[in-house]
Design a binder for this molecule. Structure first.
Ligand code: G3H
Ligand code: 13P
Ligand code: ZN
Length: 330
């Protein structure tokens, strides 16, 4: 058994309480490798932002849980070395069973998500409650989910979305004891969040997707005052990355994300955690494709992963400062 407290990590309780009061959201960035982690830490130290390091099932399969846990420990030491002791959470993203959550808690994670949103309401409650009971013994915080997000990711998929039902949230939170709740109000996973035909074009010809359901969010806030809400599927899919990827041999079609203004508005509400993974993938891929195309003789991975890390860092700084509002809140 490894406690996150020995790894220099914190759980999300105080982080969310501060975010709620301060009207900002804590960034939850996924990582699978060293360059992504370095970029996240460098950006969050540079902007003095708290951060949630997210590990998905796909990340665990790819990188190994022992290695990831020790990378998080290293990240906390690295942040101090860079001169700023920012609060860092190590979070299991989309935990799919009690066993997975337990394994992560026993391996130094300070926060877990149990995603029971694909089960029936009562099954979701029973599973979430079981995880909460175990997690709270070790002061690990738990995120539950109500409502289903549409979209496709490697390990997370749903064909259709079901918005969160505001009438269910009080009962769910009370009966499970969760510390935060992921809701479905129109975001979705991946880089193809909307079909072009669902969008409208503005004067510059840019596709504007349908707005998030802020009415549902407000209803939830009314029923659960000051309770931390989480938004998954919150990549903006910046078109500059899509353009670069396609310019240098990629083939991304209909890549549309959540406009930044919508996320900025959400961050000012009870939304205390905003999940971003796909934008990191896009920034990295764009930089790697560009370097590979422009320097075909290069075969040292540091020569293309280095610029990718820089591109990622720049993007995370922008998000912390201009979208989530988490800069200077560490
Ligand atoms: O929400 C899902 C995350 O983007 C993780 O994706 O399972 O491909 O690592 P992954
Ligand atoms: P994106 O695919 O929009 O980056 O969402 C990531 C996410 O929700 C991770 O849980
Ligand atoms: Zn997610």
């Amino acid at each position: 058994m490894t406690s996150y407290k020995d790894l220099g990590l914190v759980n999300s309780r105080e982080m969310f309480a501060k975010a709620m009061k301060g009207g900002y959201a804590v960034p939850a960035y996924n990582f699978n490798n060293m360059e992504q982690l370095q970029a996240i830490i460098q950006a969050c130290v540079a902007t003095k932002s708290p951060v949630i390091l997210q590990v998905s099932k796909g990340a665990r399969d790819y990188a190994n849980i022992n290695l990831l846990r020790n990378m998080a420990k290293g990240a906390s030491e690295y942040a101090k070395e860079l001169g700023c002791e920012i609060p860092i959470v190590l979070h299991l993203d989309h935990g799919d069973s009690f066993e997975t959550c337990k394994e992560c808690i026993d391996n130094g994670f300070s926060s877990v998500m149990i995603d029971g949103s694909h089960f029936s309401y009562e099954e979701n409650i029973a599973l979430t409650k079981k995880v909460v009971e175990y997690a709270h013994k070790f002061d690990v915080t738990v995120e539950g989910e109500l409502g289903v997000l549409a979209g496709i990711e490697d390990e997370v998929s749903a064909k259709h979305s079901t918005y969160t039902e505001p009438d269910e949230v009080i009962d769910f939170v009370k009966r499970t004891g969760v510390d935060s709740l992921a809701i479905s109000i129109g975001t979705s996973h991946g880089a193809n969040k909307f079909k072009p035909e669902q969008c409208q074009r503005n004067e510059e010809g840019i596709l504007i997707p349908p707005p998030l359901r802020f009415d549902i969010l407000e209803e939830i806030e009314k029923r659960l005052p000051n309770f931390p809400i989480v938004l998954h599927g919150s990549s903006s899919v910046p078109q500059e990355y899509v353009k670069t990827i396609n310019e240098f041999g990629g083939k991304l079609v209909d890549s549309i994300g959540i406009p930044e203004e919508q996320l900025r508005r959400a961050a000012k509400s009870a939304v205390c955690k905003i999940n971003i993974d796909s934008d990191g993938r896009l920034a990295m891929t764009a930089a790697i494709r560009k370097t590979m195309a422009e320097k075909p003789g290069e075969f040292d991975p540091r020569k293309y992963l280095g610029p990718a890390r820089e591109a990622l860092k720049k993007m995370y700084i922008h998000k912390n400062e201009n979208v989530l509002g988490s800069a200077n809140q560490a």
